[in-house]
Write a protein that binds this ligand. Structure first.
Ligand code: DGI
Ligand code: FE
Ligand code: FE
Length: 203
């Protein structure tokens, strides 16, 4: 067995004790979906597996406790994030990944940090984790899932655009406040989408 695989097994054992069973199952499912997308798009498989497995490691507490933990550990929390605390498990998760799980790879840490909001101009690994989180096979809520699952294997940027659009519409409907970085991410991928539409042949 390789060292990397042993590490994965030890993280799995730990997460199983820290997360509720459905969240643990989701983490495994995101990890495998990340590897599948990594095979499709030529991303490093070990990075994809680790980032996917740990992406929700911060979701071991409720939002209000996560906010307190962020303050205690000096993790930067913007006023907008306090308004939209559902996004904070990503900040706390990136901190835990670095300080408790010993992850030093900045690309993995960044993929965990931006897995909920996205951001403009994401790396391949960041997009893979963001999208895998949405399309993983155990998810069943969003009605556009079948289309997103197929689109993801064709065009990651277009999938980012569609998922961000859906998330913003959903948050608008339930009057949840939208983090500014989610909006910036959407504007960025909307612009790419519009450029692509212009390039399509007219018939
Ligand atoms: O942790 P997961 O459930 O696997 O998924 P996630 O990390 O994408 O978190 C999903 C939640 O985060 C979902 O309820 C929508 C919410 N979310 C994403 N972007 C924003 C947001 N919530 C607010 N209030 N503002 C955002 O910008
Ligand atoms: Fe999450
Ligand atoms: Fe998740």
């Amino acid at each position: 067995m390789t060292e990397a695989y042993n590490l994965i097994l030890s993280y799995r054992k730990n997460l199983e004790t820290k997360l509720d069973p459905m969240r643990y199952e989701h983490s495994l499912s995101v990890s495998f979906t990340c590897m599948s997308l990594a095979m499709r798009f030529g991303c490093d498989l070990e990075q994809a597996e680790l980032a996917g497995l740990l992406h929700d490691c911060g979701k071991r507490y409720s939002d209000d406790i996560i906010l307190k933990k962020c303050k205690k550990h000096g993790i930067l929390v913007t006023p907008e994030e306090e308004e939209a605390p559902a996004v904070l498990h990503a900040n706390y998760g990136a901190w835990l990944a670095k300080h408790k799980y010993g992850i030093r790879d900045p690309e993995i840490l960044s993929a965990i940090l931006y897995h909920t909001t996205g951001k403009p101009d994401m790396t391949l690994l960041e997009k893979i984790v963001y999208i895998a989180d949405y399309i993983e096979p155990r998810r069943n809520k969003a009605e556009n899932l079948p289309r997103m699952r197929s689109l993801a294997y064709e065009d990651l940027d277009e999938t980012m655009y569609e998922i961000l659009k859906g998330t913003i519409e959903y948050l608008d409907r339930k009057s949840g406040s939208i983090d500014p970085i989610t909006l910036k991410a959407f504007e960025y991928y909307q612009e790419l989408h519009q450029k692509n539409v212009l390039k399509l042949p007219k018939n």
